[in-house]
Design a protein around this ligand. Structure first.
Ligand code: CMP
Length: 143
């Protein structure tokens, strides 16, 4: 069983796509085990996106993710990291297949609706960065 972090970014929240994102993940068979809406501090944004520091888009990325609330969640399931990434689609929406979230709703790499952890180490780092253990809920998901 894997856990991964999913963020509905400011563009997704502002466009009213939060429910669509959660619904697609749940319908796929994934289990939301933690969920909150929050404003993102610069400190948290810089920790989350540290791997991109120095890249040309970094400052804009930090400005953007801190500009308006996000909805952040931990999603659990067998092979959850890969399943979520496939449901979300390619980072650049113009490369994302139709039927994926980005392929159906986005055109701009800087406004690609969702962030999802890209591997096991990132998922472990990001889930513990955004959530404390006591925010993660245990329940049975009936499929
Ligand atoms: P995300 O999955 O949140 O991880 C890093 C983000 O940086 C990515 O989604 C994009 O929104 C953004 N990003 C990556 N590459 C570029 C780029 N070339 N120009 C602008 N934004 C980018």
């Amino acid at each position: 069983m894997e856990r991964t972090l999913v963020i509905v970014k400011p563009d997704g929240v502002q466009r009213g796509l939060t429910g669509e994102v959660i619904s697609r993940l749940e319908r796929r068979g994934l289990k939301v085990v933690a969920l909150k809406m929050m404003n993102v501090s610069r400190e948290l944004a810089e920790q989350h996106y540290a791997v991109h520091k120095g890249k040309p888009f970094y400052d804009g990325l930090i400005d953007y993710i801190t500009s308006s609330p996000v909805v952040v969640m931990i999603v659990e399931g067998k092979n959850a990291i890969k399943a979520v990434r496939n449901t979300v689609g390619a980072t650049n929406p113009v490369d994302a297949a139709p039927g994926t979230i980005r392929g159906d709703f986005a055109m701009d790499i800087g406004r690609n609706i969702v962030h999802a952890s890209d591997g096991p180490e990132t998922a472990a780092f990001e889930t513990s960065l955004w959530f404390s253990e006591d925010e993660i809920c245990a329940y049975t998901r009936n499929t």
